[in-house]
Design a protein around this ligand. Structure first.
Ligand SMILES: Nc1ncnc2c1ncn2[C@@H]1O[C@H](COP(=O)(O)OP(=O)(O)O)[C@@H](O)[C@H]1O
Ligand SMILES: [Mg+2]
Length: 230
């Protein structure tokens, strides 16, 4: 069970996206995928998570809030190759993010956040929960912790270790440092995989550990919604 920090004053998970036709029946969340550092699989995690939700029959929309537009380019490339994604990717600006709470309570929203600035703040504020991916390098942890502190000032948040090489000293040191600091983190770790690295512009076929990540997120969504009822 993930160690996490909950907030009592969470907003209702009201989502605006009509990208898919299925209802998952369970709780949904607005997620921001955020880290000031580039190359830590923010976009990859946004897209795999969305693919996993869609695969389970859930409704989901990815909001591309990064000026690099990687998520949108990914979706366009998949469409151009005749392999259109099972979910929608929408460009997001400050206005889009401030209206993320719409009238659709059955859809997940995933914001692929930019590294800095107003749009990063808006991405966090638009979210029920902030997921902070970081590599298994102890050096990268400094930026993940800075992002964690920023996120936790207003939202529940947790670190996800990605691109991990579990047999290495760096991996063990990273996990040890996270444990020592009692940082909220997901039990799921996403290993470094060639298939994931090559997935840009395609519909992810094998969803790997992102399935376990979604299971953890569903549990968090349930906890957050029960917290609201109390
Ligand atoms: N689990 C993984 N295994 C191997 N490569 C990965 C994995 N996740 C992401 N990558 C690669 O890492 C690079 C950065 O990922 P990206 O999602 O673009 O990061 P960000 O959005 O944080 O800049 C990309 O080349 C991507 O394919
Ligand atoms: Mg990106």
């Amino acid at each position: 069970m993930m160690q996490t920090i909950m907030q009592s004053d969470m907003q209702t998970s009201q989502l605006a996206c009509n990208s898919a036709v299925f209802g998952i029946g369970g709780e949904v969340m607005r997620l921001a995928i955020a880290n000031a550092k580039g190359g830590v699989a923010k976009t990859t995690t946004s897209m795999y998570l969305a693919a996993t939700i869609a695969h389970r029959g859930g409704r989901v929309c990815v909001y591309d809030a990064d000026p690099q537009s990687s998520a949108s380019l990914w979706a366009d490339a998949a469409g151009d190759a005749g392999d259109a994604l099972a979910f929608e990717v929408r460009p997001a600006n400050l206005s889009t993010l401030s209206h993320l709470a719409g009238d659709d309570v059955d859809s997940w929203s995933i914001v692929d956040a930019p590294p800095q600035g107003k749009m990063l703040q808006a991405s966090i504020h638009a979210a029920d929960f902030v997921l902070i991916p970081t590599s298994d390098s102890p050096l990268d942890l400094q930026q993940a912790w800075a992002m964690l502190d920023e996120a936790l000032a207003s939202r529940p948040a947790a670190i996800l270790v990605v691109k991990a090489e579990p047999a290495t000293v760096a991996f063990r040191e990273t996990m040890h440092a996270l444990g020592e600091a009692e940082s909220p983190r997901f039990d799921t770790v996403i290993p470094k995989r060639q298939q994931i690295k090559k997935a840009l512009g395609t519909n992810p076929v094998n969803l790997y550990e992102y399935r376990d990540l979604l299971t953890e997120l569903e549990e968090i969504a349930r906890d957050l919604s029960h917290g609201e009822e109390e």
